[in-house]
Design a protein around this ligand. Structure first.
Ligand code: ADE
Length: 239
């Protein structure tokens, strides 16, 4: 898979693409990242990427031309038009479901802006998806692009080992994860639940399922909406 980011601050991506699991995924040839400075595509002498808004008003607007030309350049050898994702607070709220959809693509182009807005023709004719990473306003789309690159990469086959497999994740299972513990069994008087030391796998599985459901109910009841619960699960919540 290819993930290209169009940004005015490509240096922000050095750490993210060059560390940990994303670095390893790129070195293994599973994914290829590029952070491209779209200022380089501006067709004027001073490489200006913004301009005053038609109709007046405060703030500057990102011009269409550098972004259209940058995308044309990135896709010049491709038959199929890739998804072009605009990061902005007005976009659809990003979710695990969207990450799963994106992970099926061969190529993603992520657009990051830093201005009052984009020329609307970018939204209308260039962009296929508008994504927000949450209900708050950032100084630009870069952090959102990193969130997408990270969450999509870990879903690609071969990126995670079996032990950390994405299939049992919170949000893939639809539930939050159960509590985890490691040694020692008694840390400063704080004890690990007895059942986890019992070696009784069936009981442990049962305990984990119950804790997972209870935690979801307490913290994120919205995730349980429309989910059919078994009699046993309903009893756990009533306890
Ligand atoms: N750019 C500014 N705020 C944003 C947000 N919440 N999500 C994605 N991109 C943004």
């Amino acid at each position: 898979m290819r993930i290209d980011v169009l940004t005015l601050f490509p240096e922000m991506f050095t750490g993210v693409f060059g560390s940990s699991i994303l670095k390893h995924a790129q070195e293994s040839g599973i994914v290829q990242y590029r952070a491209v400075d779209f200022r380089a595509y501006a067709d004027n002498k001073h490489r200006k990427v913004d301009d005053y808004p038609y109709g007046g008003g405060a703030g500057m607007v990102l011009r269409a031309q550098p972004l259209f030309d940058a995308v044309d350049d990135l896709i010049k050898d491709e038959q199929k038009r890739p998804r072009v994702v605009l990061l902005c607070p007005q976009g659809e709220r990003y979710s695990q479901k969207k990450a799963e959809q994106f992970s099926k693509e061969d190529h993603l182009i992520l657009l990051c802006g830093h201005y009052e807005g984009y020329d609307e023709r970018v939204r209308e004719y260039l962009v296929t998806d508008e994504v927000s990473i949450g209900d708050y306003v950032l100084t630009g789309g870069e952090l959102g692009a990193m969130v997408i690159a990270d969450s999509v990469t870990r879903l690609l086959p071969g990126v995670l080992g079996n032990a950390e497999s994405a299939i049992t994740d919170s949000f893939s299972t639809g539930l939050l994860e159960h509590p985890h513990y490691t040694r020692p069994a008694d840390f400063r008087g704080m004890k690990v639940p007895e059942i986890l030391l019992s070696g009784h796998h069936k009981n442990i599985e049962n305990w984990r399922s119950r804790e997972s459901l209870k935690r979801t109910w307490e913290r994120r009841p919205d995730l349980l909406e429309g989910k059919a619960l078994s009699e046993k699960e309903q009893k756990w919540l009533d306890e």
